[in-house]
Ligand binder design. Structure first.
Ligand code: SF4
Ligand code: SF4
Length: 176
């Protein structure tokens, strides 16, 4: 039996459809020639010589999720479980426990399997306490599956270090 071939008639692209492509090509070309002429004139700053040099990531960048550590050394997390529920890859594991302190609940266990995390930031969005945020940390490779399991103590980062991200989030929420 002969194969049935369906010929699809596609309309020619309109000027409106070409315009974004041309703009993109223009931007890419401008960068190419600026770098080329810069290189000819002796510019050397096209790349970062990692790891000796580090690129300072903007606050909007989403690296690995971490837990906010308050000034008293404790996590801000109250173990409500919303981030665990929101995580599409189910890579967060929380075992809540009770405490006599004001917050009443805390995560006895808070693990994130970084091998499964896809840096989507949904845990950060779901958290009502600003207790889990996306850091700028991306150097998290390991030699084993076990090495990609980050425990609560590994995830705690002092609040002061996360200030740029927290300020960025507050500005975003204020805009909504
Ligand atoms: S960033 Fe996304 S995948 Fe990673 S822990 Fe948060 S919700 Fe899960
Ligand atoms: S949503 Fe926030 S407060 Fe609730 S368990 Fe996750 S990190 Fe803790």
């Amino acid at each position: 039996m002969a194969a049935r071939v369906v010929k699809v008639v596609r309309p020619a692209p309109t000027t409106k459809q070409w315009l974004p492509i041309l703009i993109g090509l223009g931007v890419a070309s401008a960068h190419f020639f600026r770098n080329l002429f810069g290189f000819i004139r002796g510019r050397q700053d096209f790349t970062v010589n990692f790891p000796e040099q580090r690129f300072v990531q903007p606050p909007a960048m989403r690296g690995m999720p971490v837990l906010v550590q308050m000034a008293n050394g404790k996590e801000r997390c109250v173990a409500c479980g919303l981030c665990e529920w929101a995580c599409p890859t189910s890579c967060i594991t929380i075992f809540p426990a009770e405490t006599a302190a004001e917050v009443e609940r805390f995560p006895e266990v808070f693990d994130i399997d970084m091998a499964r995390c896809m840096f989507c930031g949904l845990c950060e969005e779901a958290c009502p306490e600003e207790a889990i945020v996306m850091s700028r940390q991306v150097e998290i490779s390991s030699y084993s599956r076990r090495g990609s399991l980050w425990r609560k103590q590994d995830l705690l980062v002092p609040e002061a270090e996360l200030k740029p991200r927290l300020d960025y989030l507050r500005a975003q929420y204020a805009r909504k």
